[in-house]
Design a binder for this molecule. Sequence first.
Ligand SMILES: [Fe+2]
Length: 194
Amino acid sequence: MYEEKKFNLTGLRGLSDKQISEHLKLYSGYVKNVNGLAEKLDPMQKMENADAYTIAELRRRLGFEFNGMRLHEYYFENLGGNNQSPESDLAKMVESQYGTPDNWSKEFKTAGMARGIGWVILYYDPEIKKLHNVWITDHEVGHLAGLPIILAMDVWEHAYLLDYLPSQKREYIEAFFSNINWKVAEERFAKVRR
Ligand SMILES: [Fe+2]
């Protein structure tokens, strides 16, 4: 069973408490759905003659619900700050790969402007020591296998529609950036850097 994590996120810049609390309710739904899905799927997976269509759909559904749950945890964890340390190892990595932090953030923000619902994720590949800005469709399409997540930005419309119009997505992205908890991103990077 997965437990819902608690996040204390009020008074953010450009993201209302109402927006965050409604978003947290959606997250809560993902946790419930992951657990509910496991209850249905676990016994069926032990059966030799489970209905092929039903089990196939439930299996596919797991990727959506699980990633929906986990990505929201990354997202809410990496909000609630604005404390980038220019001397951190992550900042140095960004600078060595992109030249300046602005070059990196411009690419990340532009990825967020892609049409459709999904996420932008900053991954780190320890094997070749490289950062990747990646678009994820829905919650589960486009992940880079096995790469650790350093920063996650939700660009589903539900992440900002109480505060911004769909045409103001760029303003939401700027609001997200002004609330990034860089300490969390730096800790994630420190864990996987080698
Ligand atoms: Fe979301």
